[in-house]
Structure formats: C-alpha cells, structure tokens
Design a protein around this ligand. Structure first.
Ligand SMILES: [Fe+2]
Ligand SMILES: [Fe+2]
Length: 278
C-alpha cells in the first residue's frame, strides 16, 4: 500500500497542509476524510506529493492529466458504442442501395449459395472497415484528419448496410466470427495510429483500400453472371474504396514497407477464406 502511494497518516487522514481540495479534511474527522480521499484517489485526481514515515501527502494532479483520463474514458465508450452498433444493430445507409439497371435473373440454388458466401466475405470486410476507421479516428489527435476518416467511415456504414441487406435477400447470414474480426481490425487501426502516427495510419488506409479494391474486382469475376443486384453493390463499393485510398494519399499517407503489405495480405486471405464458410 505504501509503495503505490496511498499510505495514510497515523490519524487516518492525508496531510491537511498539502490538500487543496474543497474537501480539505478537518483533523478530527478521520473516517469521513478517509472515505473522501479514497474516492478522489480512485478517480485518479491525486498523486503522491511527498512521503514521510507513517504518512504520505497527496496533491491533485494537473488539470491536463484529468483531461487525459477523461479522453481515454470517452475513447473507450466510443469504441464500445461502435462495436455494438456494427455487430448487433441494424446499420443505416445514408445512400440508397445501388440497383442494377436490368431486371435480375433468377439464380440456381448453387449460384445463390456462392453469391451469399461472397457477400458474407464482403460484409466481414465492412465490419473490419468500421473497426479500422474507429481505431484510427480514436488514435489521431488531428481534428481535420479525424473528420476525413469519419466521412470515409460513414460510406463504409453504407457498404455495411447494403451487404447485410443483400445477404438477407440471398437468405443467408453474416459471419459468426464478426466479433473476432472486429476486435482484430480495431487493434490494428488503433495501434497503427498510436504507434506510427497519422501518416503511417493513412498508409494503412491506402493499402487496405487498394487490397479491398483488388478483392472486389475478383468478386466481380466470381459472382454469378445473373446476380445483378450483388454486382451493382460491389461496383459502387469498389468506386468508394478507391476514393478512400485517394483521400488518404492526398492527406500525406506514407508508403508501407513490403513486409507489412505482405502481412496484411496474408491476414486478409485468412479472413476471406474463413468468412466464405463461417
Ligand atoms: Fe467498404
Ligand atoms: Fe473504404
């Protein structure tokens, strides 16, 4: 107890002389002061000021540190809110679902299964996009960049809603492992922003969106020729992803090392292979 800083005076009060709180303890109210001090200590509002045998003095932390604690708490709440909305709420698109110009052809059972598996993979990609952007927004201290990332993230919400809607139309379900995909992508997005800074974080956006675009191109080859509804959605997503990559480049994205690109590609391969089935 002494080493961590909350050692108490023999009279069960902290040293009054260094106690600038409005709750300045009266020396003969030991128990009340003890409760007050524990309350404030656990709110992280005090730090050890000095120690003597049998007692320790505390002073309030600088206001800056209060704000940091507050920001971290806000960030955690925002992250939890984003995860809950992405994984369990019905996403709301801000744009209408892209529609094919021609009437849809009817699909065989096998074609419908394959189309659903591909749209499930795309839906997982959009779950990961929500997580990546949320992590990157929380990690950045630049308000203009945060606004740009949030704008891209809103378009990803459209993609999330469109792919989920199409999955339902194809009478299938999202990946059961979505919480796992979300957690992994959030950790990558947050770590890229925190450890590498904004420009490296933007480098992740460019590489991710380029890989997603290539992946969507391959889906245009693999989707059944008659599934015009899925094709219209994938086509619009592809255009949006390319615009996100160009935005990140304009904002000063750093090119990622080849080994990192390779690791991202390998992780995406695992995700798309598993999500095709589960
Ligand atoms: Fe997307
Ligand atoms: Fe995107």
């Amino acid at each position: 107890m002494q080493e961590t800083g909350f050692s108490l005076h023999k009279r069960n009060t902290v040293e009054a002389a260094h106690h600038p709180s409005p709750f300045r303890p009266a020396k003969n109210l030991g128990f009340v002061n003890l409760i007050n001090d524990i309350f404030y200590f656990y709110e992280n509002k005090y730090e050890v000021h000095s120690k003597r045998a049998g007692s320790a003095c505390f002073k309030r932390r600088p206001e800056q540190q209060h704000k940091l604690v507050q920001m971290n708490a806000d960030a955690l709440i925002l992250a939890a809110d984003s995860a809950l909305r992405t994984l369990w709420a019905q996403p709301r698109a801000s744009r209408a679902t892209p529609r094919a110009l021609e009437p849809a052809a009817s699909l065989t059972a096998a074609e419908q299964r394959e189309a659903a598996a591909l749209m499930r993979v795309n839906h997982v990609g959009e779950v990961c996009a929500q997580a990546l952007y949320t992590g990157q927004i929380l990690a950045s201290k630049n308000p203009e960049l945060r606004a740009k990332l949030a704008e891209a993230s809103r378009e990803e919400t459209d993609h999330l809603a469109w792919t989920l809607q199409r999955l339902k139309e194809l009478d299938d379900r999202p990946s059961l492992l979505n919480p796992l995909w979300y957690a992994g992508a959030f950790a990558i997005g947050y770590a890229a922003g925190k450890l590498g800074g904004d420009r490296l974080s933007l480098g992740f956006v460019v590489e991710t969106e380029n890989q997603v675009e290539a992946h969507l191109n391959s889906h245009m080859q693999r989707l059944p020729a008659g599934d015009l509804a899925s094709r219209a959605i994938v086509q619009q997503m592809k255009e949006d992803e390319m615009a996100h990559a160009r935005m990140a480049e304009r904002e000063g994205a750093l090119p990622l090392p080849g080994v990192v690109k390779g690791m991202m590609s390998a992780a995406a391969k695992v995700m798309t292979t598993v999500a095709h089935r589960v």
